[in-house]
Design a protein around this ligand. Structure first.
Ligand code: PRX
Length: 651
């Protein structure tokens, strides 16, 4: 029996060092690690000085009230000024901030000068409605430029935005508006999704019936579809377009709240994760510049996340704008109107940095590599991944098919709570291993520990913890200080526990193993679902896999796998038998699935995370639980069908 908290089963020998050309031009060099190691707080001071502060801070970090941190105390700055005004003042007003591409193919380029005018007008509009610094504003919009403008307008006047993903229901919206006691909702008639207008306003109409704090609803016209209208509603174009084009921005304290973002938990009341101003902007700017190697004068950067998720906050809006990036913003889905839409956009805009999620990559693998092959993607030079562990096979596919074997891949680990990237390679420094997030960034301190909080050491598996505070850390859960302490800081004294399992390989590289709630216990061995999933996806017929532990009389839990086959592969018993042997061969007989079900789809949350709870229900033959946070609730019926036609193999 091993003493590891989680078994370390798989092994990876491949490593890809950056090319000499890439390393020579990279923003970040190995010196960054040394600099941070010598004096961590001086290092963060230096990063913060990249921003424009109206008043400098006197104390870099006050951790005396841990786990409540104060960063850059005494400092004052305005986030919108840092993201927009200062670039215009420096002569970059004509540079495009966003190339916007709507799903129907409508386009709009917004320069930094234009963005300044839009944000100033919107800030004036919010003030005309009586919105003040500290007030909460709910934003419920699709991926359109007004989403970024609305966020920046709030930041400009010190109002706290709470962006709620446009796919959430009226009830999810109501509970979030209510929790934050928002005074204003910014929404639109609808967005375009899969070739059709998708209405947003009806959910707002329903939600605000029960949220008395909301005084006004500001409505952007996007699709032109019919909307119900009440006296609470104001058209964005009526109010905002009539405003003065300049707005005098005031600086706010470094710890002034910037936004609340509710984490889409699959169980329990959502947590309103609170982020503040100076530390957050410092770390998103630093990570965006160094992890993606952003060159503001030449790169075209595309982060495919929706602004409803933290990735959309930190790496569609704040990080890129603070670094004066030219970004692509796309409204729709990757399959509208055809499966090559993303690659068509890469070709059209000459995208050079692409940041997306493993779930998207595996979907493209399933669709087949002939689709991206039709487009010229030679402009790409850096690829990023975020949101869940990326299996080595998906990593290799991303590198070869999308990156033409030449682009460094940065697998970035972080969370809504951490605000910015924490663990990632540096693209010009790190020799990356397929599937590993490699190591903590300079300035960040992470460890993998066992049940007693002892470091597991190289070759061991356990729990990922952060051992020192970081500038963009959450400052609490909105209105629930005790829950903040209890959720993140109570398992081991002085350590932030992220909820993720991880292992260190023999070289000390970090491999994320998924949420520890998902770890299976097979005959006393704690096995991560991620490792078994990766082993399955490494078989050429498998596009995607989800693994759960189901109750088992003999072994405690048994491994049940759900797999999606690649396009054109016919399911059958021989495939199931093959896959079981393949897993045993890749990571050991202990990890051989008890049962493998071939399914057409997997249940996922809107942010692309697999809902293992529902799969466990199927695996244990329970009634299927609540599916309201599923991206597509009909999938459970599809999987049910898969179950009866393909019972898998048991022995
Ligand atoms: O389990 C980890 C996984 O996503 C969780 C955070 O989810 P969320 O707050 O929605 O933020 C997602 C975008 C930052 C983490 O606790 N996760 C995120 N990135 C990775 C990851 N797991 C493995 N590798 C990653 N690169």
């Amino acid at each position: 029996m091993s003493h590891d908290a989680i078994e370390n089963l798989s092994h990876e020998d491949r490593a890809f060092a950056p090319s000499a050309e890439f390393a020579a031009q990279a923003n970040a060099t190995a010196a960054l690690y040394d600099e941070a190691a010598v004096d961590r707080l001086a290092f963060w001071d230096k990063q913060a000085r990249e921003l424009q502060w109206e008043t400098p801070w006197h104390t870099t970090l006050d951790w005396s009230k841990a786990p409540f941190a104060t960063w850059f105390d005494g400092g004052k700055l305005n986030v919108a000024v840092n993201c927009v005004d200062r670039h215009v003042a420096a002569g970059h007003g004509d540079q495009v901030a966003y190339h916007f591409e709507g799903e129907p193919g409508d386009t709009r380029d917004i320069t930094y000068s234009e963005l300044l005018v839009e944000v100033s007008k919107a800030a004036n509009a919010l003030e005309s409605l009586g919105v003040k610094a500290g007030d909460r504003v709910a934003i419920y919009l699709p991926m359109i430029p007004e989403a970024a403008v609305a966020m920046l307008a709030c930041a400009r006047i010190g109002a706290v935005h709470s962006v709620i993903f446009g796919g959430f229901s009226a009830e999810a919206l109501r509970s979030r508006i209510d929790d934050a006691q928002a005074v204003l909702v910014i929404t639109c008639d609808g967005g375009n999704r899969k070739g059709k207008p998708m209405a947003l306003k009806p959910a707002v109409d329903e939600a605000v019936l029960q949220t008395p704090t909301v005084k006004d609803v500001l409505v952007v016209r996007r699709t032109g579809q019919d909307v119900e209208w009440t006296e609470r509603d104001i058209w964005w174009h009526d109010l905002v377009d009539a405003q003065p084009e300049t707005h005098e921005a005031q600086a706010f304290d470094a710890e002034h709240p910037l936004f609340i973002l509710y984490t889409s938990g699959t169980t329990g009341k959502p947590k309103g994760i609170l982020h503040t101003t100076g530390g957050y902007l410092t770390q998103v700017t630093y990570t965006h510049r160094n992890v993606f190697d952003l060159k503001p004068d030449t790169d075209v950067y595309w982060c495919t996340a929706d602004i409803g998720w933290v990735t959309g906050h930190s790496y569609v809006v704040y990080g890129p704008l603070a670094n004066r990036a030219t970004s692509l913003m796309y409204e729709g889905t990757p399959d509208s109107p055809h499966n090559g839409r993303w690659w068509e956009l890469v070709e059209k805009y000459r995208v050079s940095i692409l940041y997306t999620a493993p779930t998207a990559i595996r979907t493209f693998m399933k669709w087949g590599e002939d689709i991206p092959a039709r487009f010229d993607m030679s402009s790409l030079r850096v690829l990023g991944s975020v949101g869940e562990p990326i299996n080595p096979e998906a990593w290799m596919w991303y590198r070869r098919v999308i990156g033409g074997d030449r682009c460094p891949i940065v697998d970035t680990w972080w969370q809504t709570e951490t605000g910015a990237i924490m663990i990632s390679p540096l693209p010009g420094v790190t020799a990356t291993k397929p599937g590993s997030a490699m190591g903590a960034l300079p300035g960040i301190c992470a460890e993998v520990v066992d049940d007693e909080a002892h470091p597991v050491g190289n070759g061991g598996g356990g729990y990922l913890v952060l051992t020192e505070p970081w500038p963009s850390m959450l400052r609490g859960i909105w209105g629930e200080n005790d829950r903040y302490v209890e959720t993140y800081w109570s398992r081991w004294k002085g350590l932030y526990f992220a909820g993720d399992g991880a292992k260190l390989d023999d070289d000390g590289a970090i491999w994320l193993l998924g949420r520890v709630d998902d770890v299976m216990n097979i005959s006393g061995h704690r096995i991560s679902t991620t490792e078994v999933e990766s082993a399955l996806v490494s078989h050429p017929v498998v596009a995607e896999a989800a693994v759960v532990g189901a109750a088992d009389d003999t072994t405690g839990q048994g491994i049940v796998a759900f797999v999606i086959l690649r396009e054109g592969v016919e399911p059958g018993d021989h495939i199931v038998a093959d896959l079981r042997n393949h897993v045993a061969h890749e990571i050991g007989p202990i990890a051989k699935p008890r049962q493998i079900l071939v399914v057409p789809e997997l249940p996922k949350t809107r942010s692309g995370k697999i809902m293992r709870r529902l799969l466990r229900d199927i695996a244990e033959n329970r009634d299927i639980g609540d599916t309201t946070t599923l991206a597509d609730p009909t999938i459970m019926a599809l999987i049910g069908t898969g179950l009866t036609t393909n019972p898998g193999t048991e022995d």
